[in-house]
Ligand binder design. Structure first.
Ligand code: PAF
Length: 286
C-alpha cells in the first residue's frame, strides 16, 4: 500500500525511520504526469533498494516566463495508482509554500554545464532544477536516486552537483523509454495534436539515421548533426532549437563524434521536445 506524504516534516520522520531500520532508500523525483519512462525509474529503484520514495512536485522555479507551468499536466490520482502498482512505498507531494517559503533566497547553480544547450534556450531552468533536487535530497535523504537519460543534460548536472556538494547518494541514469514508433516518452507528448505527433517522429528518425551512419563509419560530428537537422526539417511544422554533438560528460561540442551524444531540442506547435542518443551505445536504449 502506497503512503502519501504532503509535508516536509513528515517525510523527514519517515526517512529517518527507514534509515534507523537499516533500510536503503531509493528516490525518483518527478513532476508527475507519469508515463512508462518514469515507471522504469521506479522499477530500478525498487530492485536496488528497500524503500522507494517518488516525489511529485511541479517545480515553478524551473519554468521560465511564458513556459508551460500553468498547463503542465497534473493528475495525482492516476499517478498514485501507477506508482502503487510498481511497488512505490511513499508518494511525496510537498507543497509549494514548504519548498519555497516566504523569504526563500538560496539557490544552487551548477555553473558552465547549466549554461549550454538547454541552458541557452531556457535561462534559469537548471538553477530551478538543481535547487529543488538539492532540497528533495536533503528531505528524503536517499541512498540511491534514479534519473532518466531522456533529460541527459539534467543528469550530467545533477551528477556534478552530487559530486560538488558531497551528497552520499548513488546516482543511476536509466535508458530512454520510447513509444513503439520511436517517440521518446515525455509528459509533454500529451500536448501534441495527432499531426504534431506525426511530425515529432522526425526527431527520433533523424537520430536513428545518424546512429546508422555512425555505425557504418561516419564520425564527422557536423555531418551527423546535419543529417538529424535535415530529417527534422523535412517536416514542415518542425522548428529546431539545436542539434548538438557533444561529449556526454562535459557537454562540450566535439568535431569527431566517437563516443559522443547527439542532443536535440525541437518545437512543434507550442510544444518543445528534447531527445538524444549516445553514439555507439544504442543497446543502452529501448
Ligand atoms: O525531470 C524532472 O521531472 C524534473 O526536472 C525534476 C528532476 C523532478 C526536478 O523538478
Amino acid at each position: 500500500m502506497i503512503t502519501r506524504i504532503g509535508t516536509v516534516a513528515e517525510m523527514r520522520i519517515v526517512s529517518e525511520s527507514y534509515r534507523n531500520q537499516g533500510k536503503r532508500i531509493g528516490f525518483v523525483p518527478t513532476m508527475g504526469a507519469l508515463h512508462e519512462g518514469h515507471l522504469s525509474l521506479v522499477r530500478i529503484a525498487r530492485e536496488r533498494t528497500d524503500a522507494v520514495v517518488v516525489s511529485v512536485f511541479v517545480n515553478p522555479l524551473q519554468f521560465g516566463k511564458g513556459e508551460d507551468f500553468d498547463r503542465y499536466p497534473r493528475n495525482l490520482e492516476r499517478d498514485a495508482a501507477l506508482l502503487e502498482r510498481c511497488g512505490t512505498d511513499i508518494l511525496f507531494c510537498p507543497r509549494e509554500e514548504d519548498m519555497y517559503a516566504v523569504g526563500h533566497c538560496t539557490y544552487i547553480d551548477v555553473e558552465r554545464l547549466s549554461s549550454v544547450l538547454e541552458g541557452e534556450h531556457r535561462p534559469g531552468h537548471f538553477r530551478g532544477v538543481t535547487t529543488v533536487v538539492a532540497q528533495l535530497f536533503n528531505i528524503v535523504r536517499p541512498h540511491v536516486a534514479v534519473f532518466g537519460q531522456k533529460d541527459a543534460q539534467q543528469a550530467v548536472i545533477i551528477r556534478q552537483m552530487i559530486r560538488d556538494l558531497h551528497y552520499d547518494i548513488e546516482m543511476i541514469v536509466a535508458p530512454i523509454v520510447r513509444e513503439a514508433d520511436g517517440l521518446a516518452m515525455s509528459s509533454r507528448n500529451a500536448y501534441l495534436a495527432p499531426s504534431e505527433r506525426t511530425a515529432a517522429l522526425s526527431i527520433s528518425r533523424g537520430l536513428r539515421k545518424a546512429e546508422e551512419m555512425y555505425r557504418t563509419g561516419e564520425k564527422d560530428a557536423q555531418v551527423l548533426a546535419r543529417t538529424v537537422e535535415r530529417e527534422i526539417l523535412s517536416e514542415r511544422d518542425m522548428r529546431i532549437d539545436y542539434v548538438a554533438v557533444v561529449n556526454p560528460e562535459t557537454l562540450v561540442e566535439v568535431t569527431i563524434a566517437s563516443g559522443a551524444m547527439i542532443a536535440v531540442a525541437a518545437r512543434v506547435g507550442n510544444t518543445r521536445l528534447i531527445d538524444n542518443t549516445l553514439l555507439g551505445q544504442e543497446s543502452a536504449e529501448k
